[in-house]
Write a protein that binds this ligand. Structure first.
Ligand SMILES: *Cc1c(COP(=O)(O)O)cnc(C)c1O
Length: 463
């Protein structure tokens, strides 16, 4: 006879979808007191304790997650190149746009990442790291985005100092200028494929059209063909469709530009935010290598070196954001029973909730064994859009207990949200801490009213 599992004996780790590698929660667990914890080797961080010590809202960064993810990714590509006899090099370029915080960039550089930047200001940070000898001189920096004169002169300056820095042609007006550049250049093509992402391809404005790329004049320094299909690609088929289309252009372009030797497939690899079945990097990296090899063999061309710029895949799972519930409001008509108002803001701190209806995995950080209710979450701004309802559905969270704080954790918040963050209603950004080698340190202090006032021109004399 099957034993009936009592509610108290429920497997809460499984219930909250923690400890599962394919969902990127393998480092998260539920303590015996029902609190969320993160495990790095022999170190355990109790997130409930951290939130009480440092206060909420709180972002917790786990550099070891970044390092593990990049190490695994490099390992997959290198292994499959070997297995399939692929003669070509693999390069990972970290797209700095996805998270420019020092605690993200430095660990990735030390694991062997190259870089990709989108603006003069990002490149300025690279310059500072370079001057501070924070990275190996051999790494390569790709420069995307429209090239303002400030951006171009910084590129020239760094090249003249010996950096391997490669500007990518983004628009027709850059062709002439960059064909005279004294180092390697790349070109971005707006591929004519329909990828399964949130991106509306009909109005893509990035790079040159396929026709413009194929009509490029002969450029002695053209090295890289680059494309980017958009973020959070939903199917592996879309990733592979892009490669097939790009390889046709690569072959033709190489005929007029024999220096071309690298295909850069951009970013877009997705993350299973909703903790449902999703494609994996291990499988897709194998298919990518196999596909490029087969196509090259059929066309009789040399295998291109391969570059990828998967940002979201690497950074999203490396940060958890924690809020405290400060108020409960009954809902009389709706899928959820109550609103929980949190002490931060979805609209400010997790902007994609509002901008692209991002789905998050929301779980309690304490009372994880408690009895649950269907909940909608609301931020503390005065904006009616500052809310999270899981797309009109609900999230399950513990019922509030008298005299006890309830903490709520949002997983996978490491991608882009910091760069997009804002100060609607002048709320402070979350404090940011990092947990590494058993030590917790503050990365960004909680913003004071003085600090925020200054951003809006209140420089001390509040008159
Ligand atoms: C945003 C971006 C990336 C990273 O995209 P992810 O979705 O984070 O993988 C890579 N390359 C370019 C050119 C981008 O604009």
């Amino acid at each position: 006879m099957k034993k009936k599992i009592k509610k108290s004996g429920r497997n809460w780790k499984k219930f909250w979808k923690l400890g599962v590698e394919e969902w990127n929660t393998q480092f998260l667990d539920v303590s015996k007191d029902g609190e969320l914890s993160a495990i790095e080797g022999n170190h355990i961080y109790n997130l409930n304790d951290l939130a009480r010590k440092y206060g909420t809202p709180l972002q917790v960064v786990f550099p070891f997650v970044l390092e593990d993810r990049l190490k695994d990714l490099l390992g997959y590509f290198q292994a499959y190149m070997k297995i399939y006899g692929y003669k070509g090099k693999f390069f990972y370029h970290y797209p700095m746009k996805v998270n420019q915080n020092r605690e993200f960039v430095l660990p990735l550089l030390s694991e062997g990442a190259n870089l990709e930047v989108t603006s003069a200001n990002e490149l300025w940070i690279v310059k500072r790291m370079w001057e501070g000898e924070k990275f190996n001189s051999k790494i390569r920096v790709l420069c995307n985005g429209p090239k303002t004169s400030q951006y171009l002169s910084l590129v020239e300056e760094l090249r003249s100092k010996g950096m391997n820095i490669v500007p990518i042609i983004e628009g027709p007006e850059e062709i002439e200028r960059l064909s005279r550049y004294k180092g390697d250049v790349g070109v971005r093509v707006d591929l004519d494929v329909k990828a399964d992402t949130k991106w509306d391809k009909k109005f893509d404005r990035f790079g040159l059209s396929e026709k413009e790329v194929l009509n490029l004049p002969k450029m002695k320094n053209l090295k890289i063909l680059h494309y980017h299909l958009g973020s959070q690609i939903k199917t592996q088929k879309s990733i592979l469709d892009g490669i097939k289309r790009a390889m046709d252009i690569y072959e033709t372009l190489q005929k007029t530009n024999p220096s071309l030797d690298t295909l850069d497939i951009g970013g877009g690899f997705g993350v299973p935010y909703e903790k449902k079945k999703f494609y994996t990097a291990k499988t897709v990296s194998s298919k990518i290598i196999k596909s490029i090899k087969n196509i090259s063999d059929r066309k009789g061309i040399k295998y291109p070196n391969l570059a990828v710029e998967w940002g979201q895949y690497i950074v999203a799972p490396a940060q958890v954001t924690i809020y405290k519930v400060i108020s409960e409001k009954h809902i009389s008509k709706g899928n959820a029973k109550s609103w929980y108002v949190i002490d931060g803001s979805f609209m400010n701190d997790l902007k994609d909730t509002w901008a692209v209806h991002q789905k998050w995995h929301v779980i309690p950080a304490n009372n994880m064994h408690g009895s649950l209710a269907p909940i909608w979450l609301a931020g503390s701004t005065c904006d009616s859009d500052d809310k999270y309802t899981a797309g009109g559905n609900y999230v399950m969270l513990p019922k509030l207990r008298d005299g006890e704080d309830q903490l709520v954790a949002v997983l996978d918040t490491g991608w882009c949200q910091d760069g997009l963050a804002s100060h609607h209603c002048l709320l402070s950004l979350p404090m940011k801490i990092s947990a590494k080698d058993g030590t917790v340190s503050i990365i960004r202090k909680r913003e004071t009213p003085e600090h925020i006032g200054r951003l809006f021109g209140w420089n001390g004399e509040h008159k």
